[in-house]
Design a protein around this ligand. Structure first.
Ligand code: PHE
Length: 346
């Protein structure tokens, strides 16, 4: 029995030492000290021995068990530590790798141009006004002195919205509707700039989109003259296209202004000589005029006391010119190779 105990002790210590996982360690301990092990069999046999042998062998058993338990505990601790080290190694972050650069977006060219225009007018003391994109016939047409038989009212140019119980709703065809909304909501004086989206029944091509942007300007005060209109637009043209720009006025008809004018800016490329950008030296940029007395009256303003000017400009057109973009559709295609070129540009 003593011999068995000694060999089993040696075998057990070896098996425990060789265990490379917690599972293998458990198996080794069971094999050496489990209920069916030779070790346990000897232990059970102790009871049938004479007292002297039982005492002596009992000591050997206890000593062997203590040695095996101690070996098991230290092996178990070693395995746990190794396991943690493996986990830590797997989780290790390699700080020497270059970081992944986030792909930063950039402002859309239309946003850049709109911000630029708004900024010019904020510095002139204007505030920004807004109106709904779904308008009613009165704000979009009637209040703007657009008679029933005006071509702008026909289905050809306008996009109507079918909402039961709300006849005569349409997607606004020009930001001029914001003139009406602004004057109806406040007494004069008015100095506002109103950028926004407008809609027309157009087939997209290189210079047209059915959804585009305009910026409306409106000034109403005592003593406002055509000279104020020209001076204001000249200041804007210089800010947008360079210090040397001049503006010219030509006659134009818009029902809500009288007189009405078409405003051209001397070409920023050839300075009025004539080139591929402008043709004849001038770039027609916007419509403008003195606010029609009917419009002032429709909005409850005293047309004897107040005068004003208004203008409306297409934002896409300014962006195409400013950045030499050859086709307006590029602005809405969402091609990141196009858009990425405007990162940081203004
Ligand atoms: N609303 C006109 C257009 O869309 C532009 C305009 C605005 C003209 C204000 C005169 C005054 O063409």
């Amino acid at each position: 029995m003593q011999l068995t105990l000694e060999t089993e002790r040696e075998r057990g210590l070896r098996l425990i030492d060789e265990a490379t996982s917690v599972e293998a360690l458990d198996a080794a301990v069971t094999a050496v000290m489990g209920r069916k092990s030779a070790f346990s069999e000897v232990q059970r046999g102790l009871g049938g021995l004479p007292a002297e042998d039982r005492r002596r062998l009992g000591l050997v058993v206890n000593e062997a068990r203590d040695a095996l338990r101690a070996a098991e505990a230290s092996r178990r601790e070693g395995l746990q530590r190794a396991g943690e080290a493996t986990l830590l190694a797997a989780d290790r972050v390699d700080m020497s790798l270059p970081g992944r650069r986030p792909r930063a977006g950039s402002l859309h060219p239309l946003t850049l141009v709109e911000d630029l225009i708004v900024d010019v007018f904020l510095r002139l003391g204007f505030r920004v006004a807004e109106g709904p994109e779904i308008e009613d016939d009165w704000h979009n047409f009637q209040a703007l002195n657009i008679p029933l038989d005006h071509p702008a009212r026909t289905m050809k140019d306008s996009l109507y919205v079918a909402i039961p119980g709300h006849p005569e709703l349409l997607l606004r065809t020009e930001t001029s509707a914001v003139q009406v909304r602004t004057m109806r909501s406040q007494p004069p004086p008015v100095y506002v700039i109103a950028p926004g989206r407008v809609y027309r029944r157009e087939t997209p091509d290189a210079t047209h989109l059915p959804v585009f942007h305009q910026v409306e300007g409106l000034v109403v005060d005592e003593g406002i003259t055509f000279a104020d209109l020209k001076g204001t637009l000249e200041a804007m043209a210089k800010e947008l296209f360079g210090e040397g720009r001049r503006v010219r006025l030509g006659p134009a008809y818009f029902p809500f202004v009288e007189p009405g004018a078409e405003i051209g800016v001397s070409c920023f490329r050839c300075d009025g000589v004539g080139c591929r950008v402008c043709g004849n030296g001038w770039i027609e940029l916007l419509g403008a005029g003195m606010v029609h007395p009917h419009v002032l009256e429709n909005c409850g303003y005293d047309a004897e006391r107040y005068t004003g000017f208004a203008f409306g400009m297409g934002i896409e057109r300014v962006a195409l010119l400013r950045y030499s973009i050859p086709d307006i559709r590029l602005l809405v295609e969402g091609d990141s190779r196009f858009l990425a070129q405007f990162g940081g540009a203004a």
